[in-house]
Design a protein around this ligand. Structure first.
Ligand code: F6R
Length: 361
C-alpha cells in the first residue's frame, strides 16, 4: 500500500504532482474554469473562511488570493474560536469551510452556525460523503484521494488548488480578472505539477540538511505575503511529526519579539521566492544572520543569486507564477518536516497524541 515508500507520508508527498494534476483537470478545462452551478461571487460584501489546523493555513493563504485577485473582503478564522464567538455575519456574505475529513467537530459546528446566517455555505472537503459536504449548500471536492498519514500533505496542496480556483472565479465574477489575465493564471496553475516534480528533486539535499535540523531545540519559519501562512504550516508540520518546537512568523514581525530567540543553535527557514516583497524579506534575513542565526533560504535561481551570501544553506525552487508560490513551496516545507522526523526516528505516520480526524472538540 505504501508503494515502496517507507511511510504513507512520503508516498503522499511524492504523489502530489499527479494528484494536483488530476485536481486541476477537474476544475480547469481548455476554455476556462469548470465549477458547479451556483457559484457567483459578484454581489458579495464579504467572504468568511473557517477551518482548523493545516486546513486553516490553506484558508490563510486563500485570503491573499481573494483579496488580491478578486478585491473581495475576506475574513479567516479557526473554527474553535469562530463557533463560540458567534460573530455577526453580513447578509450578503458567503462562508467557506475547508476540511480534509469533512467531519472536524468545530468546523462542522461553525458550518451549522453559518447555515442560519449567510446567503450560501460551501464545503471544500476531501471526503465527498462527509457531514460537511451533506450539510453545506454546496460541496466542492478537492480530489486528493485517500490521505492516510496523520500529517496532512496532499490534501493541503489540493485545498490550496481548490481555493485558488474559487478565487479566480471570484476575480472574474467581480470584474477584476480579464479573460487574458485568467488564461495567464490558468497557465500558472497548469505548470504546477511539473514544477512540483522539480521541487521533489531536492529531497536528497533536504534529507542531508535534516540531519542537522534534527539536533535543534527550536526552529523558526519566516515568510511574507502568501508565504507567511506557509511558514506557519511548515512549523506545524515540523512540530507534529518531529516534536521539535517550531514557530512560523511573518518576516516583518521578527523585530517585534522573536528576534530575541536568535542564536547560533536556532535554524531559521525562510520561504522567499523572488517576488515583489523579496528585498524586504532579505533584510529580515540579514538581521537574523547578523545575530548568528542559521538561515536556510528557500528561493528561486534569481533570489539565491542575490541573497545566498552568509546563509547556512539554500534550496532552489523553480520559478513559479507569483500568486501560486505557496502551492509549490509547500513541498520543501513537507520534506523538511518529514526528513527531520525520520532523522529523529519518530513514528511519522502516527505521531503521538494525534488523530487523523478530530470529531470531538
Ligand atoms: C495537520 C493536520 C491537522 C488537520 C486538522 C483539520 O497536519 O492534519 O491540523 O488539518 O485537524 O482536519 P480536517 O481538515 O479533517 O478538518
Amino acid at each position: 500500500e505504501k508503494a515502496g515508500f517507507k511511510h504513507f507520508m512520503a508516498k503522499e508527498i511524492a504523489e502530489q504532482p499527479a494528484v494536483l494534476g488530476d485536481a486541476i483537470n477537474h476544475y480547469v478545462k481548455k476554455d476556462g474554469l469548470d465549477l458547479p452551478e451556483g457559484i457567483d461571487f459578484a454581489g458579495l460584501d464579504r467572504l468568511t473562511l473557517v477551518a482548523c489546523g493545516t486546513a486553516y493555513y490553506a484558508c490563510a493563504v486563500a485570503k491573499y488570493w481573494f483579496e488580491n485577485l478578486a478585491r473581495l473582503p475576506c475574513e479567516i478564522d479557526v473554527a474553535s474560536e469562530f463557533r463560540y464567538r458567534e460573530p455577526p455575519m453580513p447578509a450578503k456574505s458567503w462562508a467557506i469551510f475547508v476540511s480534509q475529513s469533512g467531519e472536524t467537530a468545530d468546523t462542522l459546528a461553525a458550518l451549522r452556525y453559518c447555515n442560519e446566517k449567510v446567503e450560501k455555505t460551501l464545503a471544500v472537503v476531501n471526503v465527498p460523503t462527509s457531514s460537511m459536504a451533506r450539510e453545506a449548500d454546496l460541496a466542492l471536492p478537492i480530489h486528493a484521494g485517500v490521505e492516510v498519514g496523520v500529517a496532512s500533505t496532499k490534501a493541503f496542496t489540493c485545498q490550496l488548488l481548490s481555493l485558488a480556483v474559487l478565487a479566480l472565479k471570484a476575480g472574474v465574477d467581480r470584474g477584476h480578472i480579464t479573460e487574458t489575465q485568467l488564461a495567464a493564471h490558468l497557465e500558472g496553475l497548469r505548470a504546477l505539477p511539473g514544477l512540483m516534480n522539480t521541487a521533489l528533486g531536492t529531497a536528497d539535499e533536504i534529507a542531508g540538511l535534516a540531519e542537522k535540523l534534527a539536533e535543534a531545540q527550536d526552529i523558526l519559519f519566516l515568510g511574507r505575503g502568501p508565504l507567511y501562512p506557509l511558514a506557519m504550516e511548515g512549523a506545524l508540520k515540523l512540530k507534529e511529526i518531529s516534536y521539535i518546537h517550531a514557530e512560523g512568523y511573518a518576516s516583518g514581525e521578527l523585530k517585534h519579539g522573536p528576534i530575541a530567540l536568535i542564536e547560533r543553535t536556532v535554524p531559521v527557514i525562510v520561504f522567499a521566492p523572488h517576488d515583489r516583497l523579496f528585498d524586504k524579506t532579505v533584510s529580515n534575513m540579514q538581521e537574523v544572520m547578523a545575530r548568528h542565526g542559521k538561515v536556510l533560504l528557500v528561493s528561486d535561481a534569481r533570489g539565491l543569486r542575490e541573497a545566498s551570501e552568509g546563509t547556512w544553506a539554500t534550496l532552489k525552487m523553480p520559478e513559479v507564477a507569483e500568486p501560486f508560490a505557496p502551492i509549490l513551496y509547500a513541498l520543501p516545507a513537507q520534506l523538511l518536516a518529514y526528513y527531520t522526523a525520520v532523522a529523529k526516528g519518530t513514528d511519522v505516520d502516527q505521531p503521538r497524541n494525534l488523530a487523523k480526524s478530530v470529531t470531538v472538540e
